[in-house]
Design a protein around this ligand. Structure first.
Ligand code: ADP
Ligand code: TZD
Ligand code: MG
Length: 578
């Protein structure tokens, strides 16, 4: 895009040159690479940039806090395989966005945090510029790569490097530092256009070595009690058909990690979700597809994995992930689509299903556990417990499988993950690798914006508080988001008492708070519900209307347990065991 037409009277005869500037070059570079959505918070030095980007047809969503904009960008990256873009002002805005950038890196989501920064000359001499900070240095240890662009003619290359770093190999967060002066730098428009780079094949296929495929299939063939674990890397890869074919052809029970739920439906006959402890303990060969053996899988060892020796096969794009916690006897390094295609090809026409005593035992355990849970999910108790409320939401997702479920909290998270079945890939978005609170409203906004699908955000009352102000953002953009707050008056439970003074206990909030009224303040729909029946009616109405809605679901404050399902990680619980 041409910005300025200026007549330059150098030597006669007078020539007219078309000029462009940093503002326009950044916008053109983003558009050239199909990056059409920005999540951010305006201010010096990026206010005009946001306006100009919007005028140029980029969707610019303004948030109330950069952390939420950053979480939105991170999950946009997960959903689209393109880097989500977060735009922040210098020092404090940048720092607010940084948590999300680190989160993106930790979760392997592609994201670019673009931050304006102060003048280099002043920052480097530490002379106290407005919002002074050496942002590049601060960002570096928290992301996959960090770049700074000082000259307008380098904007194209700078963005190209950022995009490639974010999406190639193991995806992650990238920081792009744009000093204030860059935006106004002027250069010849034609040279500017030529300096832009359209990134070709940003995330090239990475084919697995044929030997690694043979080795993996040999180990799998020798298994008596095999198990496949699908992680969010498998969901990210968007190789849904190949993964489904591979799992079905293998006949092996599969266990989806939280955000891999729905890659194959949770009600698939091979799904071992409801027999998790059994399959972890009793399996003899475990194939990990886009899942790390981190704390979420007890590092691949210890009590939950049982005593029987186990062999691990791992498919991952990151070679360094192999042997991170236990020995991987068959590492398969490559992108999941290519790896699974190669496995399918290598299996040939006649692949023997695993022994039926194993698959039968897994199915039996699963069905028993499901049957045990069923009556609890149908209760219509007042006050509501988690099971009664989640039983209703489970049916709603079954009836609306394309809705996106955002979920955070402790009990609210752990119980929803187990109870709400998912039917389609990338429909469950949650706290991820860090178990971080605060992703809720940012994720909800991006999920609605990127997919157009309705969003159901199931939030603990504490979890919601970390991003609650963004309900205004949801109302402002009129997004089809229904927030359900499981309001149990606090963190884990609402019943703690301070034995030593008048202050409230550390884990409790104002009793009987009415979060629904926050939504009404911004013109959205607020509903207070006390029974599962009321909850069902309110959520269905919200999903039908697609109107921004917040439902305050009153949950029995005594119903939850400390730390949800991870109480064993509390230092106190280790002390008690001694
Ligand atoms: P979960 O939390 O669901 O267990 P993790 O985040 O621990 O999943 O693991 C995801 C893994 O997937 C990471 O090790 C990452 O390197 C890998 N990964 C991400 N995208 C791809 C891809 N396209 N191909 C192969 N591996 C991938
Ligand atoms: N801060 C951040 C950023 N992440 C965290 N995970 C925590 C603090 C600690 N934390 C948890 O791990 S869960 C949780 C906190 C504060 C809130 C649990 O309360 P809730 O859910 O109301 O969201 P339940 O249903 O009451 O258990
Ligand atoms: Mg709570």
């Amino acid at each position: 895009m041409s910005a300025v037409v200026q007549s330059i009277s150098s030597a006669a005869p007078e020539v007219e040159r078309e000029l462009t500037d940093g503002f326009n070059l950044i916008i053109d570079a983003l558009k050239l690479n199909g990056l059409d959505t920005i999540y951010g918070v305006p201010g010096i030095p990026i206010t005009d940039f946001g306006r100009m980007a919007q005028a140029a047809g980029i969707r610019v969503l303004s948030f109330r806090h950069e952390q939420n904009a950053g979480y939105a960008a991170s999950i946009a990256g997960f959903l689209t395989k393109k880097p989500g873009i977060c735009l922040t002002v210098s020092a404090p805005g940048f720092l607010n966005g940084l948590t999300a950038l680190a989160h993106a890196t930790t979760n392997c989501f592609p994201m670019i945090l673009i931050s304006g920064s102060s003048e280099r000359e002043i920052v480097d001499l530490q002379q106290g510029d407005y919002e002074e900070m050496d942002q590049l240095a601060v960002a570096k240890p928290l992301c996959k790569a960090a770049f700074r662009v000082l000259h307008a003619q380098d904007i194209g290359i700078g963005l190209a490097r950022a995009i490639r770093a974010a999406v190639s190999g193991r995806p992650g967060g990238v920081y792009l530092d744009l000093p204030a002066k860059l935006f106004g730098q002027v250069m010849d428009a034609e040279a500017g256009a030529k300096s832009l780079v359209e990134v070709i094949d940003a995330a090239p296929a990475q084919l697995p070595a044929p030997d690694s495929i043979r080795r993996a299939l040999d180990v799998l063939k020798g298994a008596k009690r095999p198990l496949i674990i699908l992680g969010k890397g498998a969901a990210y890869a968007q190789a849904d058909d190949a993964i489904r074919q591979f799992v079905e052809k293998s006949g092996i029970p599969f266990l989806p990690m939280s955000m891999a739920k729905g890659l194959l439906p949770d009600l698939h006959p091979q799904c071992a979700g409801a027999a998790r402890s059994t399959v972890l303990k009793d399996s003899d060969v475990v194939m990990l597809i886009g899942a790390r053996l981190n704390w979420l899988l007890s590092h691949g060892k210890g009590k939950s994995w049982g005593d029987a020796p186990k062999k691990f096969i791992q498919i991952d794009i990151e070679p360094k992930e192999m042997d991170s916690n236990v020995e991987i006897v068959a590492p398969v390094v490559g992108d999941i689509g290519s790896c699974v295609d190669a496995l399918l090809a290598g299996m040939g026409a006649a692949w023997a299903a695993p022994p039926t005593d194993w698959t039968g035992a897994v199915a039996k355990k699963r069905d028993e556990n499901v049957a045990k849970m069923a009556p609890r999910l149908m209760n219509n108790n007042v006050p509501m417990d988690y099971h009664g409320a989640l039983g209703v939401l489970r049916t709603i997702i079954k009836e609306r499988p394309d809705a996106i479920l955002v979920n955070e909290g402790a009990n609210t998270l752990d119980l929803a993950r187990g109870i709400i079945d998912m039917y389609q890939p990338r429909k469950r978005l949650d706290v991820g690798t860090w178990g971080v609170m605060g992703i809720g409203m940012g994720y909800a906004v991006a999920a609605a914006v990127e997919t157009g699908n309705p969003v159901l955000a199931v939030e603990g009352d504490s979890a919601f508080g970390f991003s609650g102000m963004e309900v205004e953002t949801i109302c402002r953009y009129q997004l089809p988001v229904c927030v359900v707050i499981f309001n149990n008056n606090g963190i884990y439970r609402g019943t703690d008492v301070n034995s030593a003074g008048d202050d409230p206990a550390t884990t409790v909030f104002v009793e009987n708070a009415r979060y629904d009224r926050m939504m009404e303040a911004f013109g959205g729909v607020g509903v207070n519900v006390v029974s599962p029946d009321e909850l069902k009616r309110a959520v269905n109405a919200a999903m039908d209307s697609r109107k921004p809605t917040l439902i305050n679901a009153v949950i029995d404050p005594t119903a939850g347990s400390e730390s949800g399902r991870i109480g064993n990680l509390n230092p106190q619980s280790a002390l008690k065991k001694k």
